[in-house]
Design a binder for this molecule. Structure first.
Ligand SMILES: Cc1cc2nc3c(=O)[nH]c(=O)nc-3n(C[C@H](O)[C@H](O)[C@H](O)COP(=O)(O)O)c2cc1C
Length: 352
């Protein structure tokens, strides 16, 4: 019986080729940041309140960028879900829709087309954008997603090139024969790191937000913000939201856990735009902890691929349902009737 996201992780590992497993699971360098993301959640403890007359079950619905979500939870952008299951993002979007109305962020390197994903229906779809040297190709992708009904753009700003992922270097990782990004054309994509170093736009600066604004009417969120200065700059540049993310420890090893930098970013943003967080969210109580420290919502990455590898769309549904059940369980036991009841007083940092 699989009751936790850890159970899905262990089951997925036995099903995947070791090189693919390393690509999905691994981080950059010594994987300090990858480990820190998870550890940060374990340093927080909950402060439950009792006898509050809280009605059950707790209400988890929220509104982000004018759209209602069933819970403050979404699927982070990850390239090539087809590495975990041949149906790829199609199964992810179906599986998410079967769990709840939650957003899925589709990577620039998705293995399925934006049109077929939009046709599934379900919660909001957002497009993650890597700004390529070939701006015309980037622009075509954005236009197709917008036409298909995608609702926001998530520009990844922490990846001028891909981080040094030692597992992939040691394994000589290449995509399986025939696997290509379904929404891009014309490049050699076989080595993700080599492709990024030759094809990602070099020397991007804040004017890229203006460029995105000039090519699309969709809200623009910046993903990969880790300091208060950059968070403030993002808002001043007109971003409609920020993602506190270290790319799941896959980019600059040695940056802090996202949970640890969240408070300074929340302070800098000061409620002007939504703050989302990803990295190491593995339990309902992790969602609660991030919300207590000021996140509006969290996104979950690798566990969705584990669900996909184990049981296609049903595995994705199961993984998300576990997180949702754990969240309502924790809220109920902590005396929290809805998300507005969650605040800094919900957690403590020291060990009791
Ligand atoms: C296999 C894999 C592929 C990823 N691909 C992308 C991508 O294409 N674009 C992007 O912005 N982030 C990408 N990410 C980072 C995720 O969006 C997210 O920041 C991270 O996985 C969250 O951490 P978690 O896996 O611990 O939940 C990828 C992560 C993984 C594990």
């Amino acid at each position: 019986m699989r009751l936790t996201l850890g159970d899905f992780e262990r089951a997925a590992r036995t099903r995947l080729d070791p090189g693919i497993w390393d690509f999905l699971a691994g981080g950059a360098g010594e994987e300090r940041t990858l480990a820190a993301n998870a550890e940060a959640f374990d340093r927080l403890w909950l402060r439950p309140r009792v006898l509050r007359g809280t009605t059950a079950p707790p209400e988890t619905a929220t509104t982000i960028l004018g759209r209602s979500w069933d819970a403050p939870l979404g699927v982070a952008p990850m390239g090539y879900h087809t590495l975990a299951h041949p149906l790829g993002e199609l199964a992810t979007v179906r599986g998410t829709a079967a769990a709840a109305r939650l957003p899925v962020v589709i990577s620039t390197f998705a293995g399925r087309t934006v049109e077929e994903l939009a046709a599934v229906g379900g919660g909001p779809l957002w497009l993650q954008v890597y700004c390529l040297r070939d701006r015309a190709m980037t622009r075509r992708l954005i236009g197709r997603a917008e036409d298909a009904g995608f609702e926001a753009l998530v520009l990844t700003v922490d990846a001028p090139h891909l981080g040094r992922r030692l597992r992939d270097l040691r394994n000589g990782f290449r995509l399986p024969e025939g696997m290509v990004p379904a929404n891009l054309e014309g490049h050699d994509f076989s080595s993700p790191a080599a492709h990024a170093s030759t094809q990602f736009a070099p020397a991007l600066d804040w004017s890229v937000v203006d460029w995105l604004r000039s090519v699309s009417a969709l809200p623009i969120l910046l993903k990969g913000i880790l300091t208060d200065d950059d968070a403030a700059r993002a808002v001043e540049s007109g971003a409609d939201g920020v993602f506190v993310s270290n790319h799941g420890g896959r980019q600059l090893d040695g940056v802090p856990a996202t949970l640890d930098v969240l408070p300074e970013i929340v302070a800098a943003v000061a409620g002007r735009v939504p703050v989302l967080l990803d990295g190491g969210v593995r339990r309902g109580r992790d969602v609660l902890a991030a919300l207590a420290l000021g996140a509006d919502a969290v996104l979950v990455g690798r566990p969705v691929l584990h669900g996909l590898a184990v049981d296609a769309d049903r595995g994705v549904t199961d993984v998300l349902n576990i997180l949702l059940a754990e969240l309502t369980d924790a809220m109920g036991l902590a005396g929290l009737g809805d998300l507005a009841d969650i605040g800094p007083e919900t957690v403590r940092r020291d060990r009791p």
